[in-house]
Design a binder for this molecule. Structure first.
Ligand SMILES: Nc1nc2c(ncn2[C@@H]2O[C@H](COP(=O)(O)OP(=O)(O)OP(=O)(O)O)[C@@H](O)[C@H]2O)c(=O)[nH]1
Length: 574
């Protein structure tokens, strides 16, 4: 069965409702996700900027330690000794101070006093070897004048601090710092006369530096650090760091294209998130901040970055997602219910119209219509109601006309008796019926006598009235099953059926003559009519309707000749 209008409309409205609530839910959910990510990006950027400030503070603290050591009067004395070992007592006291600094700052890997003379020979040196503090003395002290952190620092004005690039420490004999990523801070040692006689150098392992910087970073955050060219110095995957030290470049710009503006100095911070850029930052949000590093005139910088899993950020939105799904499901269900209710309400009057139209078409029944409605359906119902009433009235009139036409086709309009055609039809049927039974039929041909005179003397209207009365009297004089018809003019014909007709016919003919001869009162006049009757019998006088009528007619002429107002039987010899 094909779905009806109600089902189609219900499905359409339900689909629209479900789609609308689904789209709304999706946009609410995705907007919430974007808001969460934007908020998390802002927070992450703030954390990264704080981290950047923390790095500067830590570096300043180390620089302050270096300056304190360099400012000690004995530092200039020890560094400036031409003939080493020189004043051993002063040197030992200074060494104790250097050792104390190392003990107080576990993050320092090495603290040294390096002399300008003798190719930058180390004068005092403390190394950290695991948890152990090692003082390097005698022949193990090395010449360091060829290292940039020495000769560049010697060129600095008093009070300035050199910050080296962060590199892997390849200096031999540096104990546990050897081979580890290291940063060196150095400051010149100046005599009271103002001449630079050496440098104080503090080595810090990058790991210690970063541990100090990110000590109170929330769990789940990952740290990135690059130098000013973008080489990774810190990365969640250690294999990605110090690529340049292993002969290959592993750059942050290649991992996160969006960081390029940090290196061409068009921006100081960038944000990347895996929601907008799942290709580059899958499952993460990242913030990168350019951080000044080292002497201001060198315009050096490092880039600090923090990453946070996107899943952490969106966890808060999960419950909203579940609520959204529940809401979408609830609204979808509501849409279906409303769609069905609305469709049924909308199509019920249409169904009434359809039912009424079908009932009218099949049974001409006038079923109820929603004519009281004030909307378009009401107008349609009223129009249809009016149309079907008019149509019904026309159809009834037509059917009445048809019945009249059918009656007229078979009856005489003046007397209401069957006409010639109908009589022939009846006589043929009667012949068929009696043919096998052996019974007889009688045909009586009746013609009024001198009827022309009545017309001529009293007018055609009186003639008509006489014909009507004759028809009534004939009908009254005969039985119900006998057929009485008017052939035309003043000619009538009668068909009589039944057993013993031969003996009954003369009696019937006489009865007819007598009935017709009674006075007729019409138009204020009294008058009388007579008739002549010719009789033929089936099957003796004819076996067809034509033969029987013709022969009864012929017998009627015989009655006329015999003086009228009588009847005569057909005789073949005539
Ligand atoms: N008033 C009236 N006259 C009719 C009608 N049909 C025929 N007539 C008249 O009936 C008359 C019939 O006349 P006829 O049968 O020929 O002659 P008659 O005067 O009856 O003479 P006979 O039959 O010889 O006795 C004619 O004058 C017709 O015009 C009719 O429907 N109404």
């Amino acid at each position: 069965m094909r779905p009806g209008l109600t089902v189609k409309l219900s499905v359409l409205l339900a689909c629209i409702g479900i789609l609308a609530s689904g789209v709304t839910g999706y946009y609410a959910y995705s907007t919430n996700q974007s808001l969460l990510v934007n908020e998390a990006e802002r927070n992450l950027l703030t954390s990264t900027e704080l981290l950047s400030q923390r790095l500067s503070t830590v570096l300043n603290d180390i620089a302050a330690d270096a300056l304190t050591l360099a400012d000690m009067p004995s530092s200039a004395k020890v560094a400036g000794l031409d003939d080493l070992p020189g004043d051993d007592a002063a040197k030992e006291r200074l060494a104790q101070v250097f050792g104390t600094v190392m003990r107080l700052h576990p993050q320092y890997a090495q603290v040294r006093l390096i002399s300008r003379q003798q190719f930058g020979l180390e004068q005092i040196r403390f190394d950290r070897d695991g948890d152990r503090l090692v003082r390097v003395t005698g022949s193990q002290l090395q010449e360091k004048g060829h290292f940039p952190y020495v000769f560049e620092t010697l060129a600095l004005a008093p009070g300035r601090v050199y910050v080296s690039p962060i590199t892997v420490n390849h200096e031999q004999g540096a104990h546990s710092a050897e081979g580890a990523p290291t940063l060196r801070l150095a400051t010149p040692v100046v005599t009271p006369a103002g001449s630079v006689v050496g440098v104080v150098v503090i080595n810090v392992r990058l790991k210690s530096l970063l541990d100090a910087v990110q000590s109170d970073l929330p769990a789940g955050h990952q740290l990135y650090l690059t130098n000013e060219w973008g080489d990774f110095l810190a990365h969640p995957n250690p294999a990605m760091t110090f690529g340049f030290d292993k002969g290959r470049r592993l750059l942050v710009q290649d991992s996160y294209e969006q960081t390029r503006p940090l290196f061409d100095k068009t921006r100081t911070s960038v944000l990347v998130n895996g929601l907008d850029d799942p290709q580059r930052a899958k499952g993460q949000i990242l913030a990168f901040v350019r951080t000044p590093f080292g002497l201001p005139e060198n315009h050096q910088f490092v880039v600090l970055g923090l990453a946070r899993p996107l899943e952490d950020v969106l966890r808060g939105g999960k419950s909203l997602g579940e609520s959204t799904i529940q809401m979408v499901l609830a609204f979808s269900l509501l849409s279906i219910v409303l769609a069905v209710v609305f469709s049924r309400a909308l199509t019920r009057p249409l169904q009434m119209l359809t039912h009424a139209a079908t009932s009218f078409q099949t049974r001409h029944a006038l079923e109820a219509l929603p004519v009281t409605r004030t909307d378009e359906i009401g107008v349609l119902a009223r129009c249809f109601d009016q149309m079907r009433k008019e149509l019904k009235s026309h159809m009834e009139k037509m059917s009445q006309n048809q019945q009249e036409l059918r009656h007229l086709a078979h009856h005489d309009s003046l007397t209401g008796l069957p006409n010639r055609m109908q009589f022939f039809h009846q006589i043929e049927r009667a012949i068929e019926a009696v043919a096998e039974s052996g019974l007889q039929l009688a045909v009586l041909f009746i013609d009024l006598d001198h009827f022309k005179q009545i017309n001529d003397q009293m007018g055609h209207a009186v003639g008509d009235q006489v014909l009507i009365v004759v028809a009534q009297r004939l009908r009254s004089a005969l039985r119900g099953e006998d057929v009485v018809a008017r052939l035309g003019g003043d000619e009538f014909i009668v068909l009589i059926k039944g057993p013993g007709i031969v003996t009954e016919v003369p009696v019937i003919a006489a009865k007819i003559l007598s009935a017709l001869n009674e006075d007729i009162m019409t138009h204020g006049r009294r008058l009388q009519v007579c008739a002549s009757i010719g009789i033929s019998l089936f099957p003796d006088d004819g076996v067809t309707a034509e033969e029987l009528v013709l022969r009864a007619d012929s017998a009627m002429y015989k009655a006329k000749v015999n003086g009228r107002y009588t009847f005569a039987r057909y005789q073949a010899a005539e």
